[in-house]
Design a protein around this ligand. Structure first.
Ligand SMILES: O=C(CO)[C@@H](O)[C@H](O)COP(=O)(O)O
Length: 241
């Protein structure tokens, strides 16, 4: 089974805080940083649309978000930006995100009729490839050909668009189905994941964990990161025994 990876969905109220939080998360044990990229079409929100409010997902829109991502990647040495592209035309932003230092480009299957050509474009820019599915998309929509061409599969456990939503447990069987088909693939869960919902995700076989509110709303974020990681490691030990 692939290793446990915690990818906090960064919540910040300004750019300085965004960079500082990314650094703090890495120090606190996060392997990746999850960057929500929203275009106002695929999802209603756009990046940084609500900066005045505290604890709003500090998301990165396209194309204005790419310069922000570039600043984050310069300001946070060693960052692995796990870019979750909640955008209508995923093929359009591959170059911007690559130029900005994105390490993984995860697009939604619902947003394209030709996932293999999007994957080809991402590979051409040397980024890792993620394929995401929203709650109403079955896991079987990810064909073997598409999954095998990707590095990571993302099962959304909320409707994409904003942080702080309730975890949709009905999405978890999709994780189990994908893990059974792809034992070595990174499988990410995102949305409402935290100490109270991690076990069911980890036991289903998810190893890449995105959490926003659960980490940033906690008095001790490092403890939450450690708890999420421990849950994945425990579940993996059981699954492989
Ligand atoms: O992509 C999304 C929502 O669109 C997520 O990354 C959330 O931003 C995660 O936040 P929490 O649900 O953990 O608060």
């Amino acid at each position: 089974m692939p290793r446990a990876i915690i990818s906090p969905s960064v919540l910040a109220s300004d750019f300085g805080q965004l960079t500082a939080e990314c650094k703090r998360m890495i120090k606190g044990g996060a392997e990746w940083l999850h960057m929500d990229v929203m275009d106002g079409h695929f999802v209603p929100n756009i990046t940084m649309g609500k900066l005045a409010e505290p604890l709003v997902a500090c998301t990165i829109s396209c194309p204005p978000g790419a310069p922000i991502l570039a600043c984050v990647s310069k300001g946070v040495p060693g960052i692995f930006m796990d870019c979750h592209m909640m955008v209508a035309e995923p093929e359009k932003w591959v170059n911007d995100i690559a130029d900005a230092g994105g390490a993984l480009y995860c697009f939604h299957l619902e947003a394209t009729g030709d996932p293999l050509s999007v994957i080809k474009a991402i590979r051409a820019r040397n980024m890792k490839v993620g394929v995401a599915i929203s709650p109403d998309t079955p896991s079987t929509a990810i064909t073997d050909e598409v999954a095998n061409a990707a590095d990571m599969l993302l099962v959304m456990t909320v409707y994409p668009g904003r942080g702080g939503q309730k975890f949709l447990e009905r999405c978890v069987p999709k994780v189990a189905e994908l893990r059974a088909r792809f034992p070595d693939k990174d499988i990410e869960v995102d949305g409402g994941v935290g100490p109270n919902t991690i076990d069911v995700c980890a036991h289903a076989g998810s190893n890449v964990i995105v959490a926003g509110t659960a980490i940033f709303g906690a008095p001790n974020p490092d403890e939450v990161i450690a708890k999420l990681k421990a849950s994945v490691n425990t579940a993996q030990a059981k699954l492989s025994s």
